[in-house]
Design a protein around this ligand. Sequence first.
Ligand SMILES: *[C@@H]1O[C@H](CO)[C@@H](O)[C@H](O)[C@H]1NC(C)=O
Ligand SMILES: *[C@@H]1O[C@H](CO)[C@@H](O)[C@H](O)[C@H]1NC(C)=O
Length: 296
Amino acid sequence: MIFFGGNVGSNFSAVVAQLRAANAKSPIGLPLLLMTDQEGGEIRRLPGEPTMSAKAIGASSNPSSTATSAGTGAGNNLLSYGLNVNLAPILGVYRAAGDFLDYYERSFGMTSSIVTTCTTAFIKAQQATGAAATTKHFPGLGAATHAQNTDSVPVTITLSKSTLQTVDEVPYTSAISTGVKLVMPSWAVYSAVDSLPSGLSTYWLQTELRGRLGFTGVTISDAIEAGALSAYGTYSQRAILAATAGIDLVLASAQDATQGSTIVSAIASALTSGQLNATAANAAVTRITALRKRLA
Ligand SMILES: *[C@@H]1O[C@H](CO)[C@@H](O)[C@H](O)[C@H]1NC(C)=O
Ligand SMILES: *[C@@H]1O[C@H](CO)[C@@H](O)[C@H](O)[C@H]1NC(C)=O
């Protein structure tokens, strides 16, 4: 379950408690994944920590210790409301002032080194509180310009494979060895390596993320209703493409009560018909179950 600012009223803790109580009656016996975007600075769905933006953390006198405090603050803040997954931090290495990530100060900096330092410290500290972290948007939106917003439009990033691997993906190596629980791919197309958006791409999700980088945790898509996917059919068709490519959790975040259940029915039918690979789907469920077992 994902929560937005509009869900966070004065009784938000009671709302989360009500969902947990309903889930406790499920025979599955595992906690729900209760998530929000608590990045820092302007991108916070909950009041409170982390109040500093990623950019301010990266520019501080001791970025590693500032990022550690931000990660601890984010984790404790989520847990205080009963949430257990943060859809943060962002691992993008921005290229120019005012770029998509820089515009709201969502990138820790302009080099792989500063982004790696800050995101690794943030992830380690946040996950030590018990709240899982999500690194996004793999392999990176650092080169996206202000107008290249995948929520609204298709986005193509033309960086070479070598630049992607030696600049943008560098923080992922460290995040994965630190044990980050989830990775969210971007909806951008990286035209030097594949014509499909990363989150629909077997190359990005399997060859690169699980193969070369060795990630064994849970993959979660970005919003399935994103404008970047307008050429890929209905929400259900997009979800099946994502699951086929290697997405474990599909984020249905249109704030429409029927969107998620429609997608679940479509995925169930695709499994029954054999359109989706049952072995691969079971492996996804095993990864999600392992994550839920680790969370409160
Ligand atoms: C929380 O507040 C909203 C808006 O007033 C209300 O609709 C909802 O029933 C409340 N939920 C709980 C669990 O208190
Ligand atoms: C189904 O997925 C499994 C696990 O990823 C893979 O080994 C197998 O080759 C796939 N089968 C087909 C028919 O693609």
